[in-house]
Design a protein around this ligand. Sequence first.
Ligand code: SAH
Ligand code: SF4
Length: 373
Amino acid sequence: MTANLLDYDLEGLAAFCEQLGEKRFRATQLFRWIHQKGASQFDQMSDLAKSLQGKLQGVAHVQGLRIISQHESADGTIKWLFDVGGGDAVETVFIPEDDRGTLCVSSQAGCAVGCRFCSTGHQGFSRNLTTGEIAAQLWFAEHFLRKHLGIAERVISNVVMMGMGEPLQNYDALVPALRTMLSDHGYGLSRRRVTVSTSGVVPMMDRLGQDCPVALAVSLHAPHDSLRDNLVPLNRKYPLAELMAACQRYLAHAPRDFITFEYCMLDGVNDQAVHAQELVQLVRQTGPGAWCKFNLIPFNPFPASGLLRSDPKQVTAFAKVLSEAGIVTTVRKTRGDDIDAACGQLAGDVQDRTAVASRMARQRTVMLKSVPA
Ligand code: SAH
Ligand code: SF4
């Protein structure tokens, strides 16, 4: 097996090149060819020493993901389904706007958190993506879009880790991929324009603040523990008080002076005026000043959830309570819903190893029980 160079951030590539007896600047050249120019063949890398090209041929390759499908929405949103092997597929979405191009990237095949309102969560968990599989989504999309749109310079200005999976439950693979996104020799994205969205993996929020402080979005969805326990099961492990304290600690490292709270509006469940008032209390008792913003997300329904989207009037009224308390609140525009690319609709195709595993365990138990004593 030769090494896939998409698995390395610049430091990792420098270490790899060192093992081949090559200087650091060679790694930088190679990294730029791969990420800035989208090259995958070493003999295309014209200013790379022939001797290094030769060495790389036998020990390394640059391997993107196989595309299963591509759908383009009427509003310009593009969704790709990528094969990651073993029957698993993950989704990536490009969302063009007037002043930016955002790529929504997946971090896992499925998700183990199992939020009630999320179709990825309903599918269960198969496996973590590798650094190369996370980076490959940006590598492919950026270079495809330049050709597709006929643009010579950078197309993707923002990355949000809001595709399939809980990025902070795949921390070790995530961080090198983020570093590649941020590197001046990679995609040169600003820390403020790379957002990790989490359902609240408290210890990893602290580590991210130390290791790679990018913008942070926290999926809140409820103002108190009993409701959040029900909607976001991870809350039972890291309840709101701990989550809020972790947000405060993150602020010391964050590239922006606020945390974004995402709040999916579920009809009759978490969208009442009383919930908005409780959120105001929660924010005020956690920290002084304008330390957070709210992004209200219209729920994208899917049949198995048994939940409904809040009435737009309810969303407006809810937003008003927060805004009047001095909390900056926006309502997310739904993009790409004609191609099932909107938030929470990213279902990909995942083999639920956890369900399979527990079904197999149950079968074993039944078999054991049926063995005569
Ligand atoms: N696991 C991470 C990131 C992926 S989910 C997290 O939960 O933050 C990205 C965002 O989509 C989260 O805020 C999530 O709550 C939201 N989301 C999930 N399902 C949704 C749905 N059906 N409708 C609207 N938003 C949804
Ligand atoms: Fe996982 Fe995020 Fe979906 Fe929850 S909302 S199940 S954490 S992907």
